[in-house]
Write a protein that binds this ligand. Structure first.
Ligand SMILES: C[S@@+](CC[C@H](N)C(=O)[O-])C[C@H]1O[C@@H](n2cnc3c(N)ncnc32)[C@H](O)[C@@H]1O
Length: 261
């Protein structure tokens, strides 16, 4: 495995993605509806993490395969599937070189997953390669203007990514999707929000800094002053987006996308 992939794997194995992923379940359920998933369809979920879309599709009687780079997350996903008696084929693999044949899936999905692949063009080309002719690709991707897009940009401002790295939230824009999937692709994109609730902004930031891999890795790379400054900026961002006076009630804006290549 390349050094780049080892680093990527560590980013998502560190922290506790179970905590974060459990709060994205609604987006996975809605994506299956947006994609009009039918029973018996062959479905591939890319960068499945703890299996949110794979589980949602298996609940709808699809034939599901799910891929992720991180074995620890796949182990959690398998436990979740077992708890619901759902049959899902979980396999370890890279979104930039999917270990599946060409043109083999009616539906290929990814919620907040493939957008983190380092080589965005290669990852998009892989989604196009594995979907069958007439099939669709359905994605949920953070927008640049929402909390997650701004939080990721904040990370990048503190810990400079390798030269040539494009922001992950490029996948959450129509222009970015046109560049990645080509001008001919039929793209339907609807802005949506997940609402996050925590006891308060500080509670959210504390939990975030312990559980969300990219933030944990950024904090690790900084000295004490840098860490303090990043946490302060994050707290200010969260306060600015909070819509409630007492607790935290904050929108996470994303784009729900269905592509017909
Ligand atoms: C924010 S999580 C999303 C997980 C899940 N789709 C969800 O909605 O909860 C990002 C996921 O992308 C995976 N990932 C990142 N880069 C990847 C790559 N190149 N190939 C496969 N998986 C990757 C991570 O391991 C992680 O599970």
């Amino acid at each position: 495995m390349s050094e780049r992939d080892t680093l990527q794997r560590r980013t998502w194995a560190i922290g506790d993605y179970r905590f974060v992923g459990a709060r994205f379940v609604l987006a996975a359920e809605l994506l299956c509806e947006a994609a009009r998933l039918r029973a018996q369809e062959s479905h591939l979920d890319v960068a499945t993490g703890t299996g949110n879309v794979a589980l949602a599709a298996a609940r709808r009687a699809a034939r599901v395969t799910a891929v992720d780079l991180v074995p620890e997350l796949l182990a959690h996903a398998r436990r979740r599937a077992e708890a619901e008696a759902l049959e899902i084929d979980f396999i370890e693999g890279n979104a930039e070189a999917l270990p599946v044949p060409d043109g083999s899936y009616d539906l290929v999905t990814s919620t907040f997953g493939v957008m983190f692949a380092r080589d965005q063009e290669r990852a998009a080309a892989e989604l196009l390669r594995v979907v069958r002719p007439g099939g669709r690709i359905a994605l949920a991707c953070w927008t640049p203007s929402g909390y997650m897009g701004r939080m990721l940009a904040l990370n990048a401002a503190y810990v400079t990514p390798p030269p040539g790295t494009r922001p992950e939230s490029r996948w959450g824009t129509i222009e970015g999707l046109r560049e990645l999937f080509g001008p001919e692709a039929g793209i339907e994109a609807v802005p949506r929000e997940l609402w996050w609730r925590f006891a308060g902004p500080e509670e959210h930031v504390r939990a975030w800094c312990e559980t969300y891999g990219p933030t944990v890795v950024a904090l690790e790379a900084l000295d004490a002053a840098g860490r303090e400054s990043l946490v302060a900026d994050l707290t200010e961002l969260v306060h600015g987006l909070n819509t409630d006076g007492e607790t935290l009630l904050m929108p996470l804006e994303y784009l729900e996308i269905v592509i017909r290549p």
